[in-house]
Design a protein around this ligand. Structure first.
Ligand code: GDP
Ligand code: MG
Length: 369
């Protein structure tokens, strides 16, 4: 093509103009477009979960946690299909003040268990995690070995929504984990008030991690939580803390005797352990197993699980009713007005509430026509 350049004519001997090259393509010609990933349907999730596919389990849990209606619709169907395959696990709740060593304990016991061939799922309930942007992130570093162990599935707390909402999501995730073959489920709670009750109502065994010398054993604070516990472990029983921990053990034991006997007939046990030095950890697992054997023998195990199922049904009804009411646009507008009326004593609180509920019922009736 050289001749096309007039400068290449005979008369300009000294000059030689090269042809340019074609523009290089802006896209990589070797790039093979990936097949567009297919949208997963309910049966994909269910089959994946039942086959023990952890990636699929993770995606299904994400759906459970999503607040989008279209995700919830799929999630609920997946849960329903998985339900018949759930229930075959030991569910252990772990509570204690921040810093008590819950995550370290889970790492220690969890590694013991997966080495013995158990399949362990670790879930968490931390309704505050949205604000604190995941205290659980720090936790994953405490579960360094466990978070990469083959037979472990660690999932941070669902963060969006009310405690009730967060707890429901965790409870539903338990079903999926069990259907995926996880035989041991740990639920970690951040020890701030309400979340213990929620965790207590979804586990078989509720373990309270305590520290020696915090004064709890003497002041009897967190009485409600102590009453819920099936076992207490005094953690950080190592180094200069051993003597104090043993003393705390005795104090907790006598403290527990002041509580009324639990319905199960099981006497809560107190143990000491060091999660960092891996001392006394497996003994706590023995304690859990003794409890399971005991409650199964006296037919309390299933009874408790049935109570829990009923509890969650009512919880869901309550949540749903509340959400329907408070999220209704007309009601939202009327609430502001009712507040003013109540404050200025124009209407009594009780009557205002009754009127709003009546209006809500009327609206629902019309909407359902
Ligand atoms: N000495 C000692 N320190 C521990 C033990 N378990 C946990 N810790 C430390 O206590 C701190 C809080 O532990 P972490 O597991 O994050 O507590 P969490 O907030 O209850 O989950 C960390 O610095 C741990 O290293 C233990 O058994 N002995
Ligand atoms: Mg933690």
């Amino acid at each position: 093509m050289q001749h096309q350049h007039p400068e290449n004519e005979e008369k300009y001997k000294a000059l030689h103009v090269q042809s340019g090259v074609k523009d290089v393509p802006t896209v990589n010609p070797y790039f093979k477009p990936k097949r567009k990933s297919k949208t997963l349907v309910v049966s994909d999730y269910v089959e994946g979960i039942l086959a023990g596919d952890i990636a699929m389990l993770g995606q299904a849990v994400t759906l459970v946690e999503s607040s989008l209606t279209k995700h919830q619709t799929i999630a609920q169907q997946v849960i329903e299909k998985c339900l018949p395959y759930s229930g075959n696990s030991i569910r252990l709740g772990i509570t204690g003040v921040p810093g008590a060593g819950k995550s370290t304990f889970i790492e220690a016991l969890g590694m013991n268990l997966v080495k013995k061939g158990k399949k362990l799922a670790v879930l968490a309930i931390d309704p505050s995690s949205e604000r604190s942007k995941g205290s659980i992130l720090g936790d994953k570093t405490r579960m360094e070995e466990l978070s990469v162990a083959k037979n472990a599935f660690i999932r941070p707390s669902p963060s969006a929504g009310s405690l009730g909402g967060v707890a429901r999501k965790t409870r539903e995730s338990i079903v999926l984990c069990e259907a995926a073959g996880f035989d041991t489920i740990f639920i970690e709670t951040v020890g701030v008030g309400q979340s213990e009750t929620a965790v207590h109502s979804m586990v078989d065994f509720f373990l309270l991690l305590q520290l020696a010398g915090t004064g709890d054993e003497l002041q009897g604070i967190k009485r409600g939580i102590m009453e819920m516990a099936d076992g207490i472990a005094i953690n950080k029983c190592d180094g200069s803390n051993v003597q104090k921990s043993n003393l705390a053990k005795v104090q907790f034991e006598s403290g527990l005797r002041l509580f009324p006997a639990p319905e199960s007939g099981w006497t809560p046990t107190v143990a000491t352990c060091s999660s960092i030095q891996n001392i006394g950890i497996f003994e706590i697992w023995d304690m859990v197993n003794e409890y399971i054997a005991f409650t199964k023998q006296v037919s309390y195990f299933d009874y408790k699980r049935n109570l829990q199922s009923k509890y969650w049904m009512y919880e869901s009804i309550n949540e749903q009713l509340k959400a329907d009411f408070y999220n209704h646009n007309t009601i939202k507008a009327l609430l502001a007005e009712a507040e003013t009326n109540v404050i200025s004593n124009k209407v009594s609180s009780f009557i205002a509430a009754k009127e709003l509920l009546n209006t809500f019922r009327g609206l629902q009736y019309k909407e359902n026509l």
